[in-house]
Design a protein around this ligand. Structure first.
Ligand SMILES: CC1=C(CCC(=O)O)c2cc3nc(cc4[nH]c(cc5[nH]c(cc1n2)c(C)c5CCC(=O)O)c(CCC(=O)O)c4C)C(CCC(=O)O)=C3C
Ligand SMILES: [Fe+2]
Length: 372
């Protein structure tokens, strides 16, 4: 299957991040426009970026992932398939990237998000921003069709690479160390409406619990003992009056220490690479918390651009292409939830603030290009 037909390009769609100190505030304004984030929180987060020279790690990590994806596509006979990279919140902006691709003859694009789970922030917001880009391009007379791969939180490659990372971190700690899986906190209300409405909401937490159990099971096999684990959250923002998913990872480390747990592996399964949340909220802040209370601490690696994860992503691209051709490919999964949809049902991960059209959904109507 050395073919990606009917797609004529793959787009890696990511969050984006600042490249230097002058970019930090404009980037944060892009991210938080209309999201009701308090000014103090923005100033705090600006400090996190400035602590690292005003440069987010995310862009270089995406470049590394792109190079690895390119290599894997080439190795599978897909050297002619263009691989694009665009962001929602910073350059290269997805609209500009798709415009240029259209100029080069690209009409049908398969998208891979750098985010593995369902929720407004981790899926629908990407779809809304894609829809906006497609709208802008249609006004310029450019027609493009876009699909996406299924969520990959429960792809075997994602589970396996995370399990290897957890096992490696466990080996650095005393016997009896606990695994604390960490993901980005979101408002409770956002979790409540995450995933397809027919599944009753709560998909964000459900998916993380499923991955955590599966990664812990695979890591336990690797280390030869039963690992106990919890799920905790980082990077809460929003006003204090609004409930967000808890426990916060720092509070949780203190609680585990008080219970006599002899060490913790912090495993950021909610992130595909070492984003600022990982570098600051975990490697800086949570590590400091652990240091203060004298709790041995090891951070498991994120999947990043590991060969096995990259191969899994290309499998997902080929699988989605086969589906688009009307074939019935195998859909490998890990854990207990089964393969997720590729075309989002109506109101999947509903936007609770200001609903906007979202691409790659059942109710998406591609805008008609001007002049056609
Ligand atoms: C679930 C989730 C992911 C994972 C899925 C995915 O990967 O997309 C994620 C990723 C990311 N979030 C990032 C950065 C930020 N997120 C913010 C704000 C928020 N994130 C939220 C959720 C998520 N965010 C939410 C509910 C808010 C509150 C505002 C709102 O309701 O929309 C803010 C504003 C300041 C603040 O409030 O903290 C910033 C700067 C970066 C870049 C990091 C880098 O530079 O390495 C990345 C990858
Ligand atoms: Fe975020």
């Amino acid at each position: 299957m050395s073919d990606a037909k009917p797609y004529d390009a793959v787009l890696l769609l990511s969050f984006g991040g600042p490249e230097g100190p002058d970019d930090v505030m404009p980037f944060l304004e892009n991210v938080t426009r209309g999201r009701g984030i308090p000014r103090e929180r923005l100033e705090d987060v600006a400090e996190h970026y400035l602590h690292f020279g005003g440069k987010s790690p995310i862009n270089d990590q995406n470049k590394e992932l792109l190079a690895a994806l390119r290599g894997e596509l080439d190795a599978r006979g897909l050297a002619d398939l263009p691989l694009l990279w665009g962001n929602r919140n910073w350059e290269p902006y997805v609209t500009d990237v798709l415009r240029e691709a259209h100029e080069g003859g690209v009409r049908r694009v398969l998208t891979v998000f750098t985010s593995a789970y369902s929720s407004y922030s981790s899926c629908r917001q990407y779809r809304e921003d894609l829809a906006e880009a497609l709208g802008t391009l249609a006004e310029e007379g450019r027609g493009l069709e876009v699909d996406k791969i299924r969520h990959y939180f429960n792809h075997p490659a994602f589970a396996d690479v995370n399990a290897a990372a957890v096992a490696e971190a466990v080996a650095q700690l005393p016997e009896g160390a606990r695994v604390v899986f960490v993901t980005h906190s979101i408002p409770d209300a956002m979790n409540d409406v995450s995933g397809p409405p027919a599944a009753g909401g709560g998909a964000y937490v459900r998916q993380h619990l499923d991955v955590a159990a599966e990664v812990a099971r695979r890591a336990s096999e690797r280390v030869g003992r039963e690992l106990s684990w919890d799920l905790a959250y980082c990077s809460r923002s929003g006003p204090p009056t609004q409930p967000w998913l808890e426990p916060d990872v720092n509070d949780h480390l203190r609680a585990l220490h008080a219970d006599g747990v002899p060490g913790v592996v912090v495993a950021p399964v909610g992130f595909v690479s070492d984003h600022m949340e990982v570098k600051f909220d975990l490697d800086t802040e949570a590590a400091e918390t652990a240091g203060e209370i004298g709790l041995p601490f090891a951070r498991a690696a994120t999947v990043g651009a590991t060969a096995q994860f990259v191969a899994g992503l290309v499998d997902l691209v080929q699988e989605r292409a086969a589906q688009a051709r009307g074939e019935d490919p195998e859909l490998p999964v890990a854990g207990g939830l089964g393969p997720s949809h590729t075309v989002c049902p109506v109101d999947c991960c509903r936007n609770l603030r200001a609903p906007r059209p979202a691409a790659t959904g059942e109710d998406w109507q591609a805008p008609v290009p001007a002049g056609s």
